[in-house]
Design a protein around this ligand. Structure first.
Ligand code: ADP
Ligand code: MG
Length: 760
């Protein structure tokens, strides 16, 4: 008897060899295959008649083979197929289509799917370039075929992404093949005791209330949609059947997260006091009036710190919204309560800047609680051994109230005497595991944790991705900011850019020039300042097929690098200005000296790599020039631009590209010019790259979804979260005891199998 757990090799038509191929794609059991959903559908019940076609639309058509020819062209062999429908005809064209030469016979029926384009050679007629196609079974097909004719024609037909392998006789595992296998599986499951073979996974009353079909019915309907299912719903995964499967996946995810959150709330943390003296301590260091958003957020943080449970909070705020001061205020609460605070940053430069900033902010004042100055130490990987040992010693003996640093802070050698608060800046640059290591440090009571990020993502999404974190948002920029003017240009017009930089410098302003690499062509590596400090970010732009293709179309141009351009500009276009060079391969002393000189205005133009991407704050800098801007990801571009526009002066961002830019990069650059709103850009980035790339799946600890897509299915995510919370708090009274138990059992199974996260 077929069951969900049956290994795929025992399924008819599959066998040992094919099963091996499929295993490589993560399909090992009947269940895995059932959840390999179609990525699109073709309406072969109502294919579009040729005479109704319109240029530009994606269309599914069926026609009779009228003729075909292999043509020699300058670009190579081109295969041309003419499909007919009564007096109407449609041309299908495949480049390099020699392999198709003998495949078609006149009179055969063919289904084609592709983009309709006007044919230039024949007025009023259309063509499809490289359409996907399938030969349809002839009316009098052999008996073996006949059984499946109805899977190919006269219905809505599912189309699958290939599972990569080949059948024993060497044919590809086509959609047609998958349809037959899936059809047989579903037939067999339905014929057997469905309850045993394919257990229901959501309580009946819940499905009923939400209008969701049962599991088996849903699986059948996504693979073989009944006639009349709206195509638009199918294509956007919005049929009740799709919704059911997606909801189920998200419901169990949210249920698990909700339990984790609850368990955390039961743990014992420090109940910080926020008495008058604490508030005074905060007030006496404030260099400016906080914005309403900063005040509100601090209030949220303080309220949670007062509670005797450990805080786990995410502070979101766009670039330049003023997260640092909130972090400092939070640290003060901990310090005034007699605890140590740790502030961790992803790069040395940022850690050092925070250290200098903290010394400036807290340097002149005494703690109202102790009457003594605050003791601040810096601990980064590239300090020399003695300095590191010294810093660790002070942290360990409780002689440091505030420890600021990079990853070096979470090394095993670092033991805090009395850690009460951990702040992680630019959290998106850290892996989840690292975050947890700092949280776990220390002894009896869990320290409070505040993680900060400039990646603005919707709340539910944040709660899902960051699972256990509550979210606070700074949704307002400090007053007096003028919008940054963003322009695109090509490197042929570089002279104008340098002239502009000169003008700005002559008005007393400063500029950043950013390059993707440290040194020239031989060293075509993206900057990895954080190589020793943090896991590298995925390269800008997706690494998938698309990116690879565009690389071929747009052969690499020689890259200008920070080091070379520093030399070139210093002796050329920017001669006479004071230039500085900053990148990840300099020693930390060199970096610090350069950064300080830039901060003090002793450097006019800082030529740098992405080491300055996050956090760097020099309000007098008003120009950000990014060369090879097409090579940077949207989040990076936005972060880099955020280095300017921090003072009252008008600021500028110039995106310089080569003359040929891929379509994807084009979209990114256009978005940068269009808007400065980090939320909008994050949204765009999320759409373009998908959640996996966007969050750096593994880095964010985000599970791989089988059917859900966090971008597309946001509404269902909300629903799943609400239902999960409700289920934990107070299950529906109409649910039977064993229905509830079944959900918990399922949860355990799912979390262990899929996310490997179960801990209790
Ligand atoms: P981010 O959120 O990107 O970390 P920062 O904390 O670096 O932003 O703040 C950006 C700049 O704005 C800094 O120069 C900071 O001093 C300034 N700033 C922050 N809050 C205020 C405020 N309420 N009023 C005026 N300036 C502020
Ligand atoms: Mg910052």
């Amino acid at each position: 008897m077929l069951e969900l757990s049956t290994p795929i090799k025992f399924v008819k038509r599959v066998g040992e060899r094919v099963a091996e191929d499929m295993a490589r794609r993560g399909v090992e059991t009947v269940e895995d295959l059932l959840y390999h959903l179609p990525f699109r559908y073709e309406d072969r019940l109502n294919p579009l008649p040729f005479h109704t076609l319109q240029a530009g639309q994606m269309a599914s058509v069926i026609g009779e083979v009228r003729g075909s020819a292999l043509l020699r062209t300058r670009g190579g062999p081109m295969f041309e197929l003419t499909l007919g429908q009564g007096i109407h005809a449609l041309k299908c064209i495949w480049f390099n289509g020699a392999y198709l030469k003998d495949r078609f016979q006149a009179g055969q029926m063919v289904a084609a799917y592709g983009k309709v384009e006007a044919s230039r050679s024949t007025a009023g007629r259309f063509k499809m370039i490289q359409p996907q196609f399938e030969m349809l079974p002839a009316a009098g097909a052999s008996s073996r075929e006949a059984e499946f004719v109805m899977l190919e024609m006269g219905r809505i037909v599912p189309v699958y992404e290939s599972l990569g392998g080949t059948t024993p006789w060497g044919a590809k595992l086509t959609s047609r093949w998958l349809r037959r296998v899936l059809w047989s599986i579903l037939e067999e499951l339905e014929a057997t005791q469905a309850a045993a073979a394919l257990p229901e996974t959501l309580p009946g009353p819940l499905c009923m209330r939400l209008g969701l079909p049962g599991r088996l019915a849903a699986l059948r309907a996504v693979h073989f949609p009944p006639a009349g299912t709206p195509m638009a719903e199918l294509m956007s995964a919005a049929t009740p059947a799709h919704r059911r499967l997606i909801f189920e996946e998200l419901f169990y995810l949210e249920l698990g997260l909700e339990l984790k959150r609850r368990r955390l709330r039961e743990r014992e943390g420090i109940a910080f006091a926020t008495s008058r003296t604490v508030r005074e301590a905060i007030k006496q260091v404030l260099p400016f009036h906080p914005t309403a958003a900063q005040k509100r957020v601090l209030g949220e943080i303080a309220a949670e710190m007062r509670r005797a449970q450990p805080m786990r909070r995410l502070l979101q705020g766009d670039v330049g919204s003023g997260k640092t001061i909130v972090a400092m205020q939070t640290a003060l609460i901990a310090m005034e309560n007699g605890y140590q605070a740790a502030l961790m940053a992803p790069t040395e430069i940022l850690a050092t800047q925070h250290y200098l900033g903290a010394r400036k902010l807290l340097g002149g004042v005494l703690s109202p609680a102790t009457g003594k100055p605050y003791r601040i130490v810096l601990l980064t990987g590239s300090l020399d051994e003695a300095a590191k040992r010294e810093a660790r010693g002070r942290i360990n003996r409780g002689e440091a109230d505030l420890a600021i640093g990079t990853h070096a802070l979470i090394e095993d050698k670092v033991e805090f005497a009395n850690l009460g608060l951990v702040i992680v800046d630019e959290q998106h640059r850290f892996g989840v595991q690292q975050r947890f290591r700092l949280m776990k440090k220390d002894t009896a009571l869990d320290p409070d944790v505040l993680v900060m990020t400039a990646t603005p993502i919707p709340r539910t999404l944040a709660l899902t991705v960051y699972g256990d974190l509550e979210v606070s948002v700074i949704d307002e920029l400090p007053p007096g900011r003028t919008p940054i003017l963003t322009r695109r240009t090509t490197n042929e017009r570089a002279a104008e850019v340098w002239a502009f930089v000169r003008r700005q410098v002559s008005q007393g302003r400063q500029a950043y020039l950013v390059y993707p690499v440290i040194e020239g062509a031989k060293d075509d590596q993206p900057e990895l300042d954080f190589a020793q400090d943090a896991p590298p970010e995925p390269e800008p732009a997706a690494k998938q097929g698309k990116a690879r293709k565009s690389r071929q179309l747009f052969p690499r141009q020689p890259l200008r690098s920070a080091t070379e351009m520093y030399e070139e500009l210093r002796n050329g276009a920017l001669q006479g200005l004071r230039l500085g060079l900053l990148h990840g391969r300099l020693s930390s002393d060199e970096k610090e000296v350069t950064m300080r000189r830039f901060q003090r205005g002793e450097i006019d133009v800082l030529v740098a790599t992405t080491v300055i991407e996050v956090g760097v704050d020099v309000p007098n800098a008003t120009v950000m020039v990014i060369e090879h801007a097409e090579r940077f990801g949207l989040a990076q571009l936005h972060q880099l631009r955020g280095r300017v526009g921090r003072g009252a002066q008008k600021s500028y961002c110039v995106l310089v590209t080569g003359d040929r830019v891929s379509e994807q990069a084009e979209t990114r650059l256009a978005a940068m010019v269009r808007t400065q709103n980090g939320f909008e850009l994050a949204e765009q980035d999320l759409q373009q790259r998908g959640p996996g790339e966007f969050f750096g799946t593994r880095q964010a600890g985000l599970p791989e979804f089988r059917v859900a897509n966090l971008v597309r299915d946001r509404a269902l995510l909300e629903l799943a979260k609400a239902e999960a919370t409700r289920f934990v708090a107070q299950p529906d009274p109409t649910l039977e005891r064993d229905q509830i138990q079944a959900v918990w059992d399922r949860l355990k199974l799912q979390w262990r199998r899929r996310y490997g996260l179960i801990e209790a």
